[in-house]
Ligand binder design. Structure first.
Ligand code: NDP
Length: 329
C-alpha cells in the first residue's frame, strides 16, 4: 500500500530538499498504532524541519509534521481500535520520528490522545500544538490565581498561532485581552478574536531601562521571549504571573530579578512537548469547552502538502497569520 508524504532528503553536501513523494507503508517507522492522517498544521519547528532541520531532525530521509489528527487504521495496543479519532502533538514526532505531513503515520500509543467530543480532526489541527500550548498557558495562569476581575491580560506575538488561540480563549473566558503585534494590519483580526486593546510591538520591544514600571498587566502569555519578555516582567501587577511559551524574538532574557523580588511576579515555564497524558486530556477537554469554534474558524488558512515548503519558510519569517490547516489527502 502506498501513500503520499512530504519527504525531506539530504544530499552529500548536507543540503536538504523537500518534495511530495509516493511512499510504501513498509517504510513507516515501527509503532503500536497506524493512523490514516487527515489533517496536520504548521508550527515554527515544522519550518525548521521542512528546511535545514535546525538541529532537530536526526535521520534522513525524514517526514516532518509535529502535529496530526486522523483515524486509527490498526492498533496492537488495547487502548485504540480501528475507527477511533485521535490527535497527536509533541513527543518529538516530526523531528526525531516521522510525523504528520503524510497520509499515514505509525506511532507509540502513549503519544496519542483520543479526540474529545465536539472537536473534529480539522478543528484539532486548527488548534494544533500552538492552541494546545495556549490552553496550557491559560491553565497555568489560572492555577496561579488569575481571574477575569484582576485586570487586563497581555498576549505577545498575538497574530501568530499561540497568540491567536490564547486571545480567543481568554476573551471567551471573560478576560480583557491586550494583544501585542508587530503587524498593524492584523488589528481587525485580533479584535474579531476578542482583543480589546492592540499594543504596537515597538511600544514594548525596547530593552529594560527601569526594572519596575507602572503595574499594568494582571497576567501575560508570552510567545516572544527576549527583550519583550524582560520589559513585560517590569509591567506586571503585584503577584501576577507570566506564562513563558515561546522565543519568536530570541531565547535570551535580558532582565532584572527586581520584579520577582519586589513585586512577587511569577515566571511560569510552559512545555507542550513532554506534557504527561492526564494533563493533555484535561487541556483538550478545556479546548472543547472554552475555545469558540467560530473564532477558531476565523483563524484557519487552508493548505495542502505541496504548499508546505513555502509555508515552512514563511513561518520562520513570522509571516504566517493564525493557524494553517493542512489537508494531507
Ligand atoms: P508563529 O510564528 O505563528 O507566531 C509567532 C509570533 O510572534 C509572530 O506571528 C509575531 O506576531 C511575533 N514575532 C515574530 N518575530 C518577532 C520578533 N522578532 N519580535 C517580536 N515579536 C515577534 O509561531 P507560534 O505561535 O506557533 O509559536 C510561537 C512561539 O512559541 C515560537 O517561538 C514557538 O517555538 C513557541 N512554541 C513553544 C511551545 C512550547 O511547548 N513551549 C509550543 C508551541 C510553540 P505578531 O505578528 O503579532 O507581532
Amino acid at each position: 500500500m502506498s501513500f503520499k508524504a512530504l519527504l525531506v532528503e539530504k544530499d552529500e553536501e548536507g543540503k536538504t530538499t523537500a518534495a511530495v513523494q509516493q511512499l510504501d507503508e513498509a517504510q513507516l517507522p515501527e509503532g503500536d498504532v497506524t493512523i490514516a492522517v487527515e489533517y496536520s498544521t504548521v508550527n515554527y519547528k515544522d519550518g525548521l524541519c521542512v528546511g535545514s532541520g535546525g538541529g532537530l531532525v536526526r535521520n534522513y530521509p525524514h517526514v516532518p509534521g509535529v502535529d496530526f489528527a486522523g483515524t486509527v487504521e490498526a492498533s496492537s495496543d488495547d487502548r485504540y481500535k480501528p475507527g477511533d479519532k485521535v490527535v497527536l502533538t509533541g513527543w518529538r514526532v516530526g523531528e526525531a520520528w516521522w510525523g504528520g505531513y503524510a497520509q499515514k503515520a505509525c506511532v507509540k500509543a502513549d503519544w496519542l490522545v483520543p479526540l474529545p467530543d465536539g472537536i473534529s480532526t480539522r478543528n484539532a489541527m486548527a488548534i494544533g500544538t500552538a492552541g494546545f500550548t495556549a490552553m496550557l498557558a491559560v491553565m497555568a495562569l489560572e492555577d496561579h490565581g488569575l481571574k477575569p476581575a484582576d485586570g487586563p491580560v497581555l498576549v505577545t506575538g498575538a497574530a501568530g498561532g499561540v497568540g491567536s488561540v490564547a486571545t480567543a480563549i481568554l476573551a471567551n473566558l471573560g478576560y480583557e485581552v491586550a494583544a501585542v503585534t508587530g503587524r498593524p494590519e492584523t488589528a481587525d483580526y485580533l479584535k474579531s478574536l476578542g482583543a480589546t486593546q492592540i499594543v504596537p510591538r515597538e511600544e514594548i520591544n525596547e530593552t529594560v531601562k527601569r526594572p519596575l514600571e507602572k503595574e499594568v498587566w494582571a497576567g501575560c502569555i508570552d510567545a516572544v521571549g527576549s527583550a519583550m519578555l524582560a520589559r513585560v516582567l517590569g509591567q506586571m501587577k503585584y503577584g501576577a504571573s507570566v506564562a513563558a511559551v515561546g522565543l519568536a524574538a530570541g531565547a535570551d532574557l535580558p532582565a532584572s530579578v527586581i520584579p520577582f523580588l519586589l513585586r512577587g511576579v511569577n515566571l511560569l515555564g510552559i512545555d507542550s512537548v513532554m506534557k504527561p497524558y492526564d494533563a493533555r486530556v484535561k487541556a483538550w477537554e478545556r479546548l472543547a469547552k472554552d475555545l469558540p469554534l467560530e473564532k477558531l474558524e476565523a483563524m484557519i488558512e487552508p493548505a495542502t502538502l505541496p504548499d508546505l515548503p513555502g509555508l515552512g519558510k514563511a513561518i520562520l519569517k513570522g509571516q504566517v497569520k493564525g493557524r494553517v490547516v493542512v489537508d494531507v489527502n
